[in-house]
Design a protein around this ligand. Structure first.
Ligand code: ATP
Ligand code: MG
Length: 791
């Protein structure tokens, strides 16, 4: 059937139309990148509601990232006049959090339970290992955390873990002790959110029946990356037996984009789903609406090298578009400079910065790119890596806030008990921990057990936390956070610290983030407890003051209807808000992220960096065929993010983990159709062909010598100094830059005094290279950086 020419369903192709309007029974959409899977899923929700088949409260939709769920909510609001706030749309973790907030008591959690992010989890496990007096070199906290998360994702509690030797027996003991500790402190880690919700659904018939009655439609995006527990969880909410009898599961996925096998994702869930739910027809979408032909042909050719595929094709009507540009750099530094210049050129050509993405295989690659962007004064935003909420000063402030909310949170207690310093040494803390362990109480509760001066200081700390709690009564979130930053002593501490200014800015940003949270999530003073999303049939969540998009924190308690305090909700948000850098949220900034976190997203222009053997494909994957196929799928994901322009680059040398590596280009280049590529550097030249070649590159891409010198490799890195830049070729621009002279001292607000090494470019492109001694040598954009000559 052809889609109607107006309304929600216009512009859909016939296959998409069939998918959107599929009958209310189990449906699987299997289709390649950019074919409209997410769009179909979103449109289906809107269509179901518009045609009165379901109320907003009867829908649950699972997305893979917070960003994706926000986007879905935004798209829905533009399609429908319905209040989407009552809907359960979010990530698996976000939805589980919401579920546990409503049923905390049944789940055996304290009402204000807090969530450990992955760094907190590792430090909590480290404490357990220490407490058990185990060999910390043998039981490495990070590895143990993977073990525990893996066990939880397999649905295993400590008693279920297979114990066949001393090692596994000890791991099970650590797992058990860690669980006890979390329970005592009232905290849960990410995997626990899932497992706890699953178990509650499994073990409590009333809850299970309620939700099965309630959710008539469950929709899951990126189904290929669900793990065993997530699939089991889903089956609790909509068991196969209910399929077509009031409950319908709509799953969309792409086997070629399965990239989380290393974290337990099971592509096999797709075929299990098809079989267990007796899916009548698998709908395939073959038209790609995202990318131009050369980009799509590259993606198709590449993924064609994988043997284990379900098999599907993608075509486009968009025409070939630009060729895929390939650039070979001599160093990671030069690579960064090149892509920054290219990105700037795109931006000047009219592409928004936020439509430009720089992707990398491993987080460690971002540092060089970030410092290049920073020095050039170009706004950028990093997803993943060290997130805003994970920065030390922000975590310190959050820890005080958490202690106000829940004094028994030992992780937070330990983080700030002596920060800023208040004379509480390691010995005192050990005594305190021993006392707490002996009595099975929290650190906070055990303070009285420590005698002497240390004990006195501990008591003073506890008084401080108590007085902060009292001071914040009756205040709004902004005031609470400002109050805590001051009275904790953090503000004073950073005021006197040398590099404290930036940290103070981040603390101010935390206040802003809270403010934004309050407005967005409806936690303003008018927020009232609305109808409870509870166990009595018929009630719906429509009109709740909570945002559903993400953590949906303002879920009222299932029994009392009490809505979490704004502070508790904000703290939850801070733990769940993975990868969102609030500090730079609204700005038009270049997007930096790993390929993994780019899944599902799209950009006008995409740079894929570090395409070198050992890096991409990653060396850890090369030992077996499955690993290589997963890397290839990852590359497929990366390529298919691009709408108009795609750039691939690699570098002959790279500093990684403190070592210079000499690289050869990725095998993936040999798997791309030559006709789609345009090499910006001559092909097949070995390492070190030197200046002449770079010179040619620079001209080939039309930016001339300027960029080459700008890349700094001849000027800055001794290793490349062999072929000096002929003096006559360097543009003399001294006179353009208000009194700045090469070789003379200059002053910069942030980096202080330095010596000017190079000046080049003009107007908006003008830049200077300055040696700041202790701060190192930096390239600065003169349009941004304020440099004053020192006479
Ligand atoms: P991925 O596998 O990367 O997640 P996807 O299959 O989910 O991709 P979408 O993100 O839903 O694809 O769609 C890709 C792009 O194509 C989006 O910009 C979407 O708006 C657009 N699009 C999808 N279907 C149509 C259509 N029928 N007409 C016009 N544009 C469309
Ligand atoms: Mg998608």
């Amino acid at each position: 059937a052809a889609p109607p020419s107006s309304g929600l369903l216009k512009n859909l192709n016939p296959e998409q139309y069939a998918a959107v309007t599929a009958p209310a029974e189990a449906t699987l959409i299997l289709a390649g990148a950019g074919s409209g899977k997410t769009r179909v899923l979103t449109t289906r929700i809107a269509w179901l509601m518009q045609t009165g088949q379901v109320s907003p409260g009867g829908v649950m939709a699972v997305t893979f990232t917070n960003k994706a769920s926000k986007e879905m909510v935004t798209r829905l609001t533009t399609m429908l006049p319905v209040n989407v706030r009552g809907m359960w749309i979010g990530t698996f973790h976000g939805l589980c959090n919401r579920f546990l907030r409503a049923h905390w008591k049944l789940a055996g959690l304290p009402q204000g339970f807090q969530i450990l992010d992955s760094t907190d989890t590792v430090s909590a496990i480290k404490r357990v290992i220490k407490g058990m007096k185990l060999d910390e070199e043998r039981y490495i906290a990070k590895q143990v955390s993977w073990f525990i998360a893996g066990a939880k994702e397999d649905g295993l509690r400590p008693g279920d873990v297979e114990q066949h030797d001393e090692q596994t027996r000890t791991l099970a003991l650590i797992y058990q002790a860690y669980e006890d500790q979390c329970q005592r402190e009232g905290v849960v880690d990410f995997a626990e959110l899932m497992l706890r919700s699953f178990e509650l659904m499994r073990d409590n018939q009333a809850v299970r029946e309620h939700y099965q009655r309630r959710f008539q439609h469950l929709l899951v995006d990126e189904f290929q990356d669900t793990n065993k527990l997530q699939y089991a969880w889903l089956k609790m909410f909509a068991p196969p037996a209910n399929s077509g009898r009031g409950q319908a599961v709509f799953a969309v996925g792409d086997d070629d984009q399965s990239i989380y096998a290393f974290r337990g994702a099971r592509v096999g869930n797709m075929s299990d789903f098809e079989r267990e739910y007796r899916v009548k027809q698998v709908i395939k979408l073959e038209q790609n609406y995202r990318s131009f032909g050369n980009i799509l042909d590259s993606a198709n050719a590449l993924i064609g090298h994988n043997s284990r595929r379900l098999g599907k094709n993608l075509r486009t009507e968009a025409g070939p578009g630009e060729l895929v540009r390939v650039f070979e750099a001599t160093s990671d530094f030069a690579e960064a400079q090149w892509l920054i210049e290219e990105a700037q050129a795109l931006h000047r050509g009219g592409i928004d910065r936020k439509e430009i993405a720089i992707l990398y295989r491993s987080n460690a690659q971002s540092r060089v790119i970030e410092s290049g962007l920073f020095n050039a004064g170009i706004p950028y935003r990093v997803y993943g890596g060290l997130r805003f909420f994970e920065r030390a000063e922000v975590k310190h402030a959050l820890s005080y806030l958490r202690l106000i909310e829940n004094a028994n949170d030992d992780t937070s207690f330990l983080r700030v008990v002596n920060f800023p310093t208040r004379g509480i040494g390691a010995r005192t803390i050990e005594l305190l921990q021993d006392a707490a362990r002996a009595s099975g109480r929290s650190l906070y509760q055990s303070v009285g057990a420590v005698a002497g001066k240390g004990g006195g200081n501990l008591a003073a700390f506890v008084n401080l936390v108590d007085s902060m709690r009292n001071l914040t009564q009756g205040h709004n979130l902004r005031e609470i956070i400002e109050q805590v930053i001051e009275s904790s002593g953090l503000a004073d501490f950073y005021r006197t610290e040398k590099e404290g200014a930036e940290r103070l800015e981040n603390l101010a940003e935390l206040v802003n983030a809270a403010e934004a949270f309050v407005t967005q999530e409806g936690f303003g003073k008018d927020a009232v407890a609305l109808p409870v999303d509870e166990l009595s049939p018929g009630a719906i969540t429509e009109g709740l003051p909570a945002a559903v998009a993400n953590a949906a924190p303002a879920v009222p308690d299932a029994e009392t209807g009490e809505i979490m305090s704004p502070l508790a909700a904000f703290l939850t948000h801070a733990s769940l808000e993975a990868g969102d850098n609030q500090a730079q949220a609204g700005q038009d900034a270049i997007q930096l992220m790993t390929v993994h976190s780019a899944k599902g997203l799209e950009f006008d222009a995409v740079f894929i960096t570090g395409l070198e053997e050992g890096l991409f494909p990653h060396e850890n994957s090369l030992s077996d065929g499955d690993g290589l196929e997963e890397e290839r799928r990852l590359m497929y994901v990366a390529i298919t993010r691009a709408r108009q322009r795609l750039y691939l680059c690699f570098s002959q040398t790279r500093m990684l983990h403190g070592q210079t590596r000499y690289n050869i280009k990725s095998r993936f280049f040999d798997e791309l159709p030559e006709a789609c590529l345009k090499w910006l550097s001559p092909r097949n030249q070995g390492f070190g062909s030197g200046f002449a070649r770079d010179y040619q590159d620079a001209w080939q891409r039309g930016s001339g010598l300027k960029s080459m010198v700008g890349a700094g490799k001849y000027a800055e890195r001794p290793a490349y100094a062999a072929a000096p830049v002929p003096a006559a070729m360097v543009k003399k621009v001294d006179e353009e830059h208000g009194g700045l002279r090469v070789g003379k001292p200059v002053f910069h607000n942030k980096f202080g005094e330095g010596v000017l090494l190079t000046l080049e470019g003009s107007g908006a492109d003008a830049r200077a290279q300055v040696n700041f001694g202790r701060h190192g040598t930096k390239w600065l954009a003169l349009s941004v950086a304020k440099l004053t000559p020192i006479e």
